[in-house]
Write a protein that binds this ligand. Sequence first.
Ligand SMILES: *[C@@H]1O[C@H](CO)[C@@H](O)[C@H](O)[C@H]1NC(C)=O
Ligand SMILES: *[C@@H]1O[C@H](CO)[C@@H](O)[C@H](O)[C@H]1NC(C)=O
Length: 359
Amino acid sequence: MLGREVRLRWRACSLRLLALCLAVFLCTHFSSELKRKSLSQSGLIAKVQSREPGIEGHNSRMEEVPSKRQVIYVRRGSKNGSYGRQGSNPNVRKRDTLKPIRWHIDLQPWAGSSHSLNEEATRFLHYITKSQIVCSRLQTNGLTDQSEDTVKPWTVCLDDKFNLAYQIRNKQCRVYSFGLGEEDNIFEFKMASGGCDVHRFDPSILSAHIHEGDRLWHHRLSIDWRDPNPAIATHRLHSNTKKLGTILNEFGHWKIDVLKADMESAEWKILENLILEGIVEQIGQLIVEIHLHWPGFEVSGNDSSVVRYWYSLFKELEHKDFKLFYTYKDLSKPQMFLKKEVFNASSCYILSWVNTRWT
Ligand SMILES: *[C@@H]1O[C@H](CO)[C@@H](O)[C@H](O)[C@H]1NC(C)=O
Ligand SMILES: *[C@@H]1O[C@H](CO)[C@@H](O)[C@H](O)[C@H]1NC(C)=O
């Protein structure tokens, strides 16, 4: 009887001992694990520090107390490092590693508190009629003196501080021209004979591609702000419209030295698409004919919202360091602004920007 009780007590005791041992083991295991983790964190910091001298200041602080938040920061730092390496590899396109897709442009604040058309139009018209940077070597339709005034003045800047003059001298320049089959092709011919590869996109030509001379190509394609619905595209083979990003991918082109566009009021949505997708950064100089007699394709809202939207698009360009160096008011077109004869405005302007970040 007594012997049995002793045995039972002994068993309970050993069970407790076992539980205690287990607890001690788990405790030491976790604490060593914790130690190891914090060690590897500071190791990571040290590694990043040795690779990126620019953020030393932050790291010396971090090494003292590696907290959770700082670890996140460090991880990001090392990831950016690998993006940087990819970026320097010419085979990897910068666009693929860029920021998330944007869905809307940033609208500028209203020009005034009443949101009136008068205020918006005054601000906008002032903006488009004033160049923001001086170009001392303007070249219009391939001519440095602007003698031919029968054609539209498509104007580029050949100042040495911008890359285009250099690219032309080295016969490494590429021009894209988007239009809707108008006859005025002097600019394209002149740029091609000057040494640029010129790609003219014209949906009205008969074959898919025509090669003319050494450096001029015509493609039966038009630029759009969205890719076509595949279901429609298969039935309408002749209406071949694509986004510029898609065309660049398919042609294997990365940069466009000059983009000329006369899109008959589709320019707003196309410009918006180029900004939202970050394509505009691949363009060196941008020459666009803008149309102001109506809001444009798929641009909606009352008149003051429309003008604010136009203005915001140009401010987006300016934010990307595109500077207006040439502006032209077309007096041969109806002098109309949003269907009204107001503000002494024309329905049509030609604007040229240079991308001052372009190298
Ligand atoms: C136009 O619409 C916006 C909002 O969409 C509004 O804030 C503004 O007051 C309107 N302007 C006029 C002149 O009606
Ligand atoms: C209207 O525009 C024309 C051409 O830009 C200019 O010569 C003229 O002075 C302007 N008129 C007024 C009243 O601003």
